[in-house]
Design a protein around this ligand. Structure first.
Ligand SMILES: [Zn+2]
Length: 171
């Protein structure tokens, strides 16, 4: 029973929101679970504490996070605009839209530490697929490809042997 529950694939959306490792969806990507401890809120583990997935795939990997961050900012702004329009209402004849701008600004500032973490998590989710047993699977794939190489190598040697034999006959 417990083995089954640990083998169960965690859902994508909650794992993303909790900034978990995309490979196993269990390990935390960030050292401090609280994004509002501002001194070290962006400190990440080098590797996933659960499955060992590396989080920094290459030098400057997280520069692309800027695009995700931008998209998240737009998404939050659209969401607050819709909520504002449905509850308080919007009109060109009064200043309610200006109040929304201020409100949205405050929401974005307050959410910023969490959004920055979320942007990094999303960015890594684009490149790393779910595979909690990735180490074993990688080993298996390697072994298969080595066997394939050996077989192909043997086939080539046989072919060359035949060709050489033929060349001896011709020359
Ligand atoms: Zn992991």
């Amino acid at each position: 029973m417990s083995a089954q529950s640990t083998d169960k694939k965690p859902s994508l959306f909650p794992s993303l929101c909790q900034t978990r490792c995309p490979r196993c969806r269990r390990g935390n990507m960030f050292v401090d679970p609280n994004p509002y401890h501002l001194k070290r809120f962006m400190k990440m583990y080098d590797q996933c504490p659960v499955c060992g997935q590396h989080f920094d795939l290459e030098v400057g990997f997280y520069y692309g996070t800027g695009y995700v961050s931008y998209a998240l900012t737009i998404a939050v702004s659209v969401a607050t605009l819709v909520i504002w329009a449905l509850t308080i209402g919007l009109s060109v004849h009064d200043t309610r839209v200006l109040y929304w701008l201020v409100f949205n600004g405050v929401v974005l500032v307050v959410l910023q530490p969490y959004l920055m973490r979320l942007a990094r998590t999303l960015w890594l989710f684009f490149f790393v697929g779910y595979d909690p047993r990735w180490r074993e699977n990688l080993r298996k794939t390697r072994n298969v490809s080595i066997t394939e190489l050996k077989t192909t190598g043997k086939a080539f040697s046989a072919l060359f042997f035949i060709l050489e034999g033929k060349s001896y006959i011709y020359f």
